[in-house]
Write a protein that binds this ligand. Sequence first.
Ligand code: SF4
Length: 297
Amino acid sequence: MEDVKIIIGKNAGFCYGVSRAVEGAHEALKENKNLYCLGEIVHNKEVIKELEDKGLITVQDINKIQNKTLIRAHGIAKEAYQYLEDHNISIIDFTCPKVLHIHKIASDYGKLGYYIILLGSKKHPENIGTISYCSSNSSILENLEEVKEKIGELNKSNIKKLLVISQTTFSINAFKEIKEYIRANLKKDIELVIKNTICNATDVRQQETKSLSTSVELMIIIGGKNSSNTRKLYDIAKYNTATIWIENESELDLEILNNLKTIGIMAGASTPMKSIDDVVEKIKTKKFTLKNKYDTI
Ligand code: SF4
């Protein structure tokens, strides 16, 4: 009989920043009832539900906040801090230190007169926060096409200095490609500073996803459908092997596991270990058909 091998990525699941925010929220809810959180504390419905059962109130609109507020790992914009202060709303700030570091870079270089390109999603809350720390001369650009257009514009403008930074969960490969394009195409008299602000946790997880997906027949990516870092893992894995993206074990169709011998599992930064364990337990209930025999992993 042959075994089915399940390989779980070593870096699957909560990163440092998310873990700090979620654990911090559990602690804070022991002392404070009805704590607010602007946006989902983590892109995971089960984690949110557990916290909401303890009194966390998630709101999308800052005007709905009426009490002490948690700031999640993505951080918030300068204007949002100001709003909370103006309304005498106290905060417990769990902005990830790595995001705070990007805010500082943006702020420092903005004051020095640099035009700032922030690579990432225009709608992502982390970038909405970061762009508020840049000077007014800044843009969020999502891909190489947008970068090409912007570099064309900047080459014709009178800017003297350009800083390029990125969302913490930006794709490493896209970042490298864009970096090379800018180096080759930006007018030589514009001073260029490129800072790779992709979070190491993201980098490590993406690299592991890449290597794991080249050695298994199926990759299962676990994480919220609105989690951008999970989407990147899915995109990386599907390039190399058959890949499915599920939020939790209930979405896993065991039929697709027929005749497989190797399965890789990776999970986004907002996926708790419990979700990974639940998926593994469900896989273990499957009777695998291998060489016309039935085997159980
Ligand atoms: S991915 Fe990195 S930057 Fe983002 S919260 Fe996690 S540790 Fe912080």
